[in-house]
Design a binder for this molecule. Structure first.
Ligand code: NAD
Ligand code: AHE
Ligand code: ZN
Length: 370
C-alpha cells in the first residue's frame, strides 16, 4: 500500500513528506495505522547524524499510538481493531533478557532493529524507484501506517485518546520508569533532575508520586522553573546564574547530595556533574540522556569508591507489553498528568515546525496527528 511518511534523506536536512510504499505484515508482524506521534529529542538527535546507529534514508518516530489494521501469519496476541502503542524496546517474554527480572532490554530483535530493518533482514518501506527506506527503532511512527513485530506492540484500552497516550510510547514511561523501575526510589528521598524537558518533567512527576522530600530541577532555560513547579519541583537551579561550582552548590542545597540524580539532557559533562552531586555513601545517578557517537563519560574512581552508584535506563526500565497498558490506566484514572505537557498538537504535515520548536526550547512536547 502507499503511505504518507516523513523521510529523513540525510542528516541535518528537513524531513520530506513522501508517498512511500509499505509492504504488508509478514510472519509474526502487524500493520498499525498510526493516529498520533510525539516528537522526542532522540528523533532530533538521530537527525543530527550523531547516533552511531543512525541510518539514512529512514522514517523516524518512536512515540506513537494507533490501531492494528492487519496481522501476518502466526500473530497470537493482537487482532485488527486493537489499540496499540509501538515499543522500541519489545518484550518477547522468551529471550534470556526477558527471563531475567533484572532488565527490560529484550534482545530478541535488537540487532536487526539497530540496522533499520525488520527481523527477517529486509525493510517494508520503499520509495517509488524501488530503493529501500530504513525503519527506525523498530517503530517508524512518522508514517501514517507502519509494520512492527507483534512483540513490539502493547495493547491498550480503547477509550484512551491517541493524541495523549502516544507520549507513553517514550517520554512518560522513560521518566516515571527511571524513578520507579531503575532507581526504585523510596519516599522521603532528595532528588536532582538535570534537564526539564519532555523526559525530565516526567522524572519530576515520578519522584513526586513516590513521595520525594526535595526535588531540585536544573536547567539553563528559566522558563522551565514554572514547568518544574507544576509537577512537584521544590527548587530550581540555572547553572548559568550561580557563582562557583555547580556540583558544590547542589550538594549544599540537598544537604549532602541527591539520594538520586538523573541526567535528562544527553551531555557527558552533565552526566559527570550528576554523578558527583549524588550523596556520598549511597547516592545513585541515573543516565537517561543519550550522548553522541564517540562521546565518553569520566569521573574520578574515588566517586564510586566512596559509595556513589552510576547507572542508566532505557525506556525507564519498563517491559512494554506488561507495563505500558498499566501506565495508560494510571493516566486514564488521573494518577499522572500527560495533558499539561503536550504543549502543541498539529497536523503531521507540520512535522518540521515541531522539530524547530524543540530546537528553540519552545513548549514541552509536540504531538502530530494523522
Ligand atoms: P528536551 O529537548 O525536551 O529537553 C532537554 C532539556 O535539557 C531542555 O529543557 C533544555 O533546556 C535542557 N538543557 C539543555 N542543555 C542543558 C544544560 N547544559 N544544563 C541543563 N539543562 C540543559 O529533550 P527530551 O525529549 O526531554 O530528551 C532528553 C534526553 O533524554 C535526550 O538526550 C534524549 O535523547 C534522551 N532520552 C532517553 C531515553 C532513554 O530511554 N534513555 C528516552 C527518551 C529520551
Ligand atoms: N543508538 C544509540 C543509542 C540510542 C539510545 O540509547 N536509545 C535509547 C532510547 S532513546 C528513546 O528516546 C534506548 O532504548 N537504548 C537501548 C538500546 O538498546 O539501544 C547508540 O549510541 O548506539
Ligand atoms: Zn524518545
Amino acid at each position: 500500500m502507499d503511505v504518507r511518511a516523513a523521510v529523513a534523506f540525510e542528516p541535518n536536512k528537513p524531513l520530506s513528506i513522501e508517498t512511500v510504499h509499505l509492504e504488508g505484515p509478514k510472519e509474526g508482524e502487524v500493520l498499525v495505522e498510526n493516529k498520533a506521534t510525539g516528537i522526542c529529542h532522540t528523533d532530533a538527535f538521530v537527525l543530527s547524524g550523531r547516533d552511531p546507529e543512525g541510518k539514512f534514508p529512514a522514517i523516524f518516530g518512536h512515540e506513537g499510538a494507533g490501531v492494528v489494521q492487519d496481522v501476518g501469519p502466526g500473530v497470537k496476541d493482537v487482532k485488527p481493531g486493537d489499540h496499540v502503542i509501538p515499543l522500541y524496546v519489545p518484550e518477547c517474554r522468551e529471550c534470556e533478557y526477558c527471563l531475567n527480572p533484572k532488565t527490560n532490554l529484550c534482545q530478541a530483535i535488537r540487532e536487526t532493529q539497530g540496522q533499520g530493518v525488520m527481523p527477517d533482514g529486509t525493510s517494508r518501506f520503499s520509495l517509488k524507484d524501488g530503493s529501500m527506506v530504513h525503519h527506525f527503532m523498530g517503530t517508524s511512527t512518522f508514517s501514517n501506517y507502519t509494520v512492527l513485530p507483534e512483540i513490539a506492540v502493547a495493547k491498550i484500552r480503547e477509550d484512551a485518546p491517541f493524541d495523549k497516550v502516544c507520549y507513553v510510547g517514550c517520554g512518560v514511561t522513560t521518566g516515571i520508569g527511571a524513578v520507579v523501575n531503575t532507581a526504585k526510589m523510596e519516599p522521603g528521598a532528595r532528588v536532582i533532575v538535570f534537564g526539564l524537558g519532555g523526559i525530565g518533567l516526567n522524572v519530576i512527576q515520578g519522584a513526586r508520586m513516590v513521595g520525594a522530600r526535595q526535588i531540585v530541577g536544573v536547567d539553563i532555560n528559566n522558563d522551565k522553573k514554572a514547568w518544574g513547579e507544576k509537577f512537584g519541583m521544590t527548587d530550581f537551579v540555572n547553572p548559568n546564574e550561580i557563582d562557583g561550582d555547580l556540583t558544590k552548590y547542589l550538594v549544599e542545597l540537598t544537604k549532602g547530595g541527591g539520594d538520586y540524580t538523573f541526567e535528562c539532557v544527553g551531555s557527558t559533562a552533565l552526566m559527570r556533574q550528576a554523578l558527583e552531586s549524588a550523596h556520598k555513601g549511597w547516592g545513585m545517578s541515573v543516565i537517561v540522556g543519550v550522548a553522541g557517537a564517540g562521546e565518553e563519560v569520566s569521573t574520578r574512581p574515588v566517586q564510586m569508591v566512596t559509595g556513589r552508584h552510576w547507572t542508566g535506563t532505557a525506556f525507564g526500565g519498563a517491559r512494554g507489553r506488561t507495563d505500558v497498558p498499566k501506565i495508560v490506566d494510571w493516566y486514564m484514572e488521573g494518577l499522572i498528568d500527560i495533558d499539561t505537557m503536550i504543549t502543541k498538537v498539529m497536523p503531521f504535515e507540520n512535522i518540521n515546525e515541531g522539530f524547530e520548536m524543540m530546537e528553540r526550547g519552545e513548549g514541552i512536547r509536540t504531538v502530530l496527528t494523522y
